[in-house]
Design a protein around this ligand. Structure first.
Ligand SMILES: [Zn+2]
Ligand SMILES: [Zn+2]
Length: 97
């Protein structure tokens, strides 16, 4: 983990990161805790939850050959949308009856 050049993080950003890490992997759906992948380095609000393999795996991972990403046709933005949807609308959906 590179933290040397990271900008200061606010309480709200830290809380958001913790919530995202509690979600299942955006790519393969394996239950959390997940790792938070930063779409842009140092921007803590645009992060997506990924399991270790879909994140850093040399074959499947985003920082590797991205095989699992190609297979599932997921993109960082589609994962971000899903992440925000889960954080904001998960409860609402669960209760609509
Ligand atoms: Zn995964
Ligand atoms: Zn990453």
């Amino acid at each position: 983990m590179k933290t040397k050049n990271a900008k200061a993080i606010t309480c709200a950003e830290l809380a958001h990161l913790q919530r995202v890490k509690g979600l299942p992997c955006s790519v393969c759906g394996v239950p959390g805790p997940s790792e938070a992948h930063h779409i842009e380095q140092g921007q803590h609000l645009t992060v997506i939850p990924l399991c270790e393999d879909c994140h850093r795996g040399s074959i499947n991972g985003f920082h590797g050959q991205r095989r699992m990403w190609l297979l599932t046709k997921k993109t960082e933005l589609s994962c971000l949308n899903e992440t925000i949807r889960k954080l904001y609308a998960g409860h609402l959906l669960a209760r609509s009856a």
